[in-house]
Write a protein that binds this ligand. Structure first.
Ligand code: IVH
Length: 676
């Protein structure tokens, strides 16, 4: 061996040693919170590694501790399809709710007693991490539950995330998809806000927003500077290791060096859950990070499977929330705010008060019924509550503190903005001015331009107000008539910002149809429903001519949404607006739908029962999902195929009853092969 290759050999050996050592100290420090060496010693190890890697760049690997930061900034995040849908949770707010939950579970499982795993409900941002053969390869945000944003490089900067799983206590899984919550501690959040204020930047509302905003920086080096942390709580997919319960799953995660929450407990039945909830409510005040409740999960995975999932939440778990934090203050006035669809929302203007670290000066009073039931009056001393980033609300009126000078309030009979007549519509009062009401017009335009809709940067609330007040926008479609010359004359615009806005407007013409449908602001049609509608109808023309019956046939679409959609497209003004926008170049393309169609199982829902010979359950599910299909654990009328293996369970009978197509493993193979 020549000198230089001997040199390289020994460098390689030392590099491996250093990486191993650094990983171990990262684990001790960031996961166990029990460092064994000083910062200076740690830095020395890191410096030595960096130097060796500089001398031998060919030996750098992506999982080296030196590679956490350094990826180039992105233009935008790519999308990642989750290995399984990332579900959310139903909530329980009191003992009665949780008693019903336990009762339902016991009834469905036909048992006297159920064991649960109970965990703190962390108030952060949910992410999925993928490890292949023990190496971190991808990380994504929850997104819409099916697809998330690819934040791999940003996740790598979180020091509590191991780039390589530990293998000393448990064998390494060939594939692991794990879900966790990215959080920021309260003290780090406060420190960050101090810095932002110093730099004259907008402070963040709460630790959760801070965590989300920090993780979603396009430049990973910025994320690296934000003190993010993570706890893992769910194995979404695992291959090569067998896991039978949630408790066991958490033990496995721990052994692989993935940080789990230390306050997790096993609960034996209802009383134990209630005890745990009470205990955590006390501990909450002492924690360094925010939790907004506890999560109760049926422990055994086979029982979870038996209970199955609903549209977007499992039947085997529930979030048992804490009461929101409350503070006392005074109602100085009440005003009516006019929303996008004309709804008048009464808002209490409060003497500013600090609620759990956030200054609150307005709180929603929801509607007139709420005011009447609570008997809230101007001048009252009230309690206001805040839960997560939900708008603060008045939760209690302290009537014993009344002086007699308090004044009752009723929503006006004419719109405070446009003067049109206000009518009562169920529990709500609505301005009848439509888009001739400036308030509704402004809100509609801002919604159209918002990030999740047509994403026109520079057309936020303030600029919309300015453009409407100056007569440049009289309808949503007027956005496409804006000219640079007109903008420049306005106080908030200069050469560059005017150019930017015009460019952003041009770019919006290329946005896809699902965004456009959401942007139209059809009542009851949020992002999720807009996607479903586009998936089903494929084109705007089809959607516009769909009947109420056509719409109601779709899973997840009930009579209320169907009614909203047909009503919306019936209105002449709406049809004209859409026509104008199309003429001015809005494409509202269906590209995304077509791309997803590439997977030939797209839109098809599979359920499995019994054991397959050549696939594990996870492998079979993955295959379906890779080909664009969905898998569910229970049979319903929306199931397209039930795949039957050996010893099928009760799903078989149910599928027969519902007339679902039942196929065996051979057929399943044919189906997936044919489509590959
Ligand atoms: S389990 C199917 N466990 O709470 C399992 N979620 O809607 C679904 N969360 O989006 C999640 N702590 O981001 C689970 N220990 C915990 C959690 C937790 C926080 C979040 C999660 C989810 C939301 C509930």
């Amino acid at each position: 061996m020549c000198n230089s290759s001997r040199n390289k050999e020994s460098a390689k050996k030392r590099i491996e040693e250093l990486r191993k050592e650094i990983r171990h100290h990262d684990y001790l420090y960031y996961v166990l919170n029990k460092p064994e060496i000083s910062d200076a010693e740690y830095d020395r190890l890191m410096m030595e590694l960096k130097k060796l890697e500089e001398q031998h760049p060919e030996l750098i690997t992506p999982d080296s501790p030196t590679q956490r930061v350094g990826a180039a900034p992105l233009e935008e995040f790519g999308t990642v399809r989750h290995t399984r849908p990332m579900l959310s949770l139903d909530t329980a707010t009191d003992e009665e709710d949780i008693r019903r939950f336990d009762e339902r579970i016991r009834k469905e499982l036909n048992v006297e007693h159920v064991e649960y795993t109970a965990e703190p409900k962390l108030d952060g941002l949910s992410v999925e991490l993928i490890y292949e053969n023990g190496r971190f390869v991808r990380g994504s945000t929850r997104g819409d539950g099916l697809n998330g944003e690819d934040v791999t490089e940003n996740i790598k900067t979180i020091r509590a995330v191991p780039l390589v799983l530990r293998s000393s206590e448990l064998k390494t899984p060939t594939l692991l998809a794990v879900r966790g919550e990215v959080i920021m501690s309260i003290s780090d959040f406060e420190e960050l806000n101090k810095q932002l204020i110093q730099k004259n930047e907008q402070p963040l509302a709460n630790p959760r927003n801070a965590a989300a905003g920090s993780l979603r920086r396009l430049d990973p080096s910025e994320t690296a500077q934000r003190p993010l942390d993570i706890f893992f709580y769910e194995i979404m997919t695992v291959q090569g290791v067998k896991v039978e319960s949630q408790w066991e799953a958490l033990q496995c995660l721990k052994k692989w060096g993935l940080k789990t929450n230390p306050f997790t407990e096993r609960c034996n039945g209802l009383d134990d859950i209630i005890r745990y909830h009470k205990k955590m409510l006390k501990i909450r005040e002492k924690l360094e990070y925010e939790i907004d409740g506890v999560v109760i999960k049926v422990d055994r995975l086979d029982l979870q499977e038996k209970l199955g999932v609903k549209a977007r939440s499992p039947r085997w778990a529930i979030a048992y929330k804490f009461p929101s934090r409350k503070e006392e203050t005074q109602v100085m006035d009440i005003m009516a705010q006019v929303g996008r669809t004309g709804t008048l929302t009464p808002v209490a203007l409060l003497k500013p008060v600090d609620v759990g670290g956030v200054t609150v000066s307005r709180a929603t009073l929801h509607n007139q019924d709420f005011i009447d039931q609570m008997d809230v009056r101007i001048g009252d001393i009230v309690k206001v509550g805040r839960a997560g980033d939900v708008i603060p609300e008045v939760t209690e009126v302290i009537k014993s503190r009344r002086t007699g000078r308090e004044k009752k309030y009723h929503l006006p009979s004419t719109c405070p903005v446009c003067g049109s007549k206000v009518i009562k519509d169920g529990a709500f009062y609505r301005c009848t001015g439509g888009l001739s009401c400036v308030a509704q017009l402004k809100r509609s335009i801002a919604h159209y331009a918002s990030k999740a809709a047509m994403d026109i940067e520079g057309l936020g609330r303030k600029n919309v107000d300015l453009l409407v007040d100056n007569g440049l926008l009289k309808s949503v479609s007027d956005i496409y008539r804006l000219k640079k010359e007109d903008l420049i004359k306005l106080p908030r615009f200069a050469e560059k910002s005017a150019d930017n806005l015009i460019n952003a407007i041009e770019k919006s013409k290329e946005k896809n149809l699902a965004r456009f449908v959401y942007a139209l602001g059809i009542p009851n049609v949020g992002e999720h429903i807009a996607k479903i509608l586009v998936d089903k109808f494929k084109s705007l023309e089809n959607l516009m001519s769909a009947s109420k019956e056509d719409l109601e046939q779709i899973y997840e679409i009930g009579p209320e949404i169907a009614d909203s959609v047909t009503q919306f497209f019936k209105q002449k003004r709406n049809k004209e607006e859409i026509e104008k926008m199309k003429k001015m170049g809005v494409k509202a393309t269906t590209e995304i739908v077509e791309k997803r169609k590439a997977g030939i199982l797209n839109g098809k829902t599979f359920v499995f029962t019994g054991t397959l010979k050549d696939f594990s359950r996870d492998e079979a599910k993955k295959l379906v999902e890779e080909l664009g299909g969905r898998t569910m654990s229970t049979v319903s009328k929306n199931t397209d195929y039930l795949v039957v293996g050996e010893k099928p369970g009760s799903k078989y009978e149910k599928a027969k009853k519902l007339g679902i197509t039942i196929i065996n493993e051979k057929k399943f193979k044919e189906l997936t092969r044919k489509t590959r």
